[in-house]
Design a protein around this ligand. Structure first.
Ligand code: SAM
Ligand code: SF4
Length: 330
């Protein structure tokens, strides 16, 4: 039986976090001193695989592996291989979101396992800004990773979180760079998920403003292109490329939501911006796991909220949710 929520949205897309760990510390994602989960809490490879198969059995056709940084988990490629064997057999797409630092050594294996497209997060092309933003020096590795992925035949979409006063002036250069290499680029509004060291209000730049500035510089034409996700696209006449906007704060997109997220501890979050949760790990580890999993997935459909309610309205606001994006899986 397929996964349909109480608002008649069919869930066909699973974002599965394979680790909460990361080799970067992006200022909008986590604090400098982030505490990571003890390994015993984290699902092992076989559990992740069983979970993914349970979702495929219920009609999920697309799985995105994420984190934390998925490529820092040692056995991650084994999961990719195992799930890759289901491509064309229930699963239509297997993909991942990565910061790209370890991509150079994994690109060929990912392609061989059946991955065709990946998202790489990159917020700047300037080394000093990268170091300030990610609190680690990794720009060269990321650019090498992107080159290796392209050489392996992977199609890449770049995701850029726009931060006030940090990379907002670089957006035109990022667009020209990405489109110049045949990569789409999507801009994302920063979301108030988890406490970070900065005030969210100081980071937040509404994409309506960014779009207005880009309109002065480029000829942007609305595009009918849709990926089933929250991004809305324009075609950029000057570059011949496609530019996406993900605007959770300035424009709500929950109507067409087709996804759920599972953390690396097996907590299913039916909404990125909600506190609803179903414990799939308990179900997986119970005596009658198949039945318990079925029931847990049904429960997730019953509690998936109609929409998220987060906002960034002023300084000093507490996070909308205590959970960091690196835990839920971005
Ligand atoms: N480490 C991988 C990466 O950076 O691509 C995957 C996980 S990361 C949490 C997934 C995406 O979430 C990245 O594109 C990142 O920029 C974005 N992200 C993290 N925290 C965010 C926040 N508070 N608001 C908006 N996007 C955020
Ligand atoms: Fe790591 Fe991705 Fe979060 Fe940056 S956004 S700290 S790369 S999980």
């Amino acid at each position: 039986m397929s996964l349909v929520d109480q608002f008649q949205r069919r869930i066909t897309y699973l974002r599965l976090s394979v680790t909460d760990r990361c080799d970067l510390r992006c200022t909008y994602c986590m604090p400098e001193r982030q505490t990571f989960l003890p390994r015993a809490e984290v699902l092992d490879l076989e559990e992740l695989h069983r979970l993914a198969l349970a979702f495929i059995a219920r009609g999920v056709t697309k799985i995105r592996l994420t984190g934390g940084e998925p490529l820092v988990r040692r056995d991650m490629i084994e999961l990719v291989r195992a799930l890759g064997r289901r491509l064309g057999d229930g699963l239509e797409e297997l993909t991942l979101t990565t910061n790209g630092t370890q991509l150079a050594s994994h690109a060929d294996d990912l392609a061989a396992a059946g991955v065709r497209r990946i998202n790489v997060s990159l917020d700047t092309l300037d080394r000093a800004t990268f170091v300030a933003l990610a609190r680690r020096d990794g720009l060269t590795q990321v650019l090498e990773g992107i080159a290796a992925a392209r050489a392996a035949g992977l199609k890449i979409k770049i995701n850029t979180v726009v931060l006030k006063g940090v990379n907002e002036h670089e957006i035109p250069a990022l667009i020209e760079w990405a489109h110049g290499q045949g990569m789409d680029l999507t801009l994302i509004e920063v979301m108030p998920l988890g406490a970070v060291d900065a005030d969210r209000f100081d980071q937040y730049l509404p994409l309506t403003q960014v779009r207005a500035a880009l309109d002065q510089r480029f000829t942007l034409a609305a595009s009918a292109h849709r990926t089933g996700g929250p991004a809305r696209y324009v075609d950029v006449a000057e570059t011949g490329g496609r530019l996406g906007f993900i605007t959770p704060l300035t424009s709500n997109f929950c109507d067409g939501c087709n996804r759920v997220r599972v953390t690396t501890t097996g907590q299913l979050h039916p909404c990125l911006g909600g506190s609803e949760m179903v414990d799939l790990r308990a179900a997986l580890r119970s005596a009658n796991a198949d039945v318990a999993l079925e029931a847990a997935l049904n429960r997730a459909m019953a509690i998936k909220p109609e929409r998220h309610h987060f906002a960034i309205d002023g300084k000093g606001q507490a996070p909308a949710l205590a959970r960091h994006m690196s835990v839920t899986g971005g």
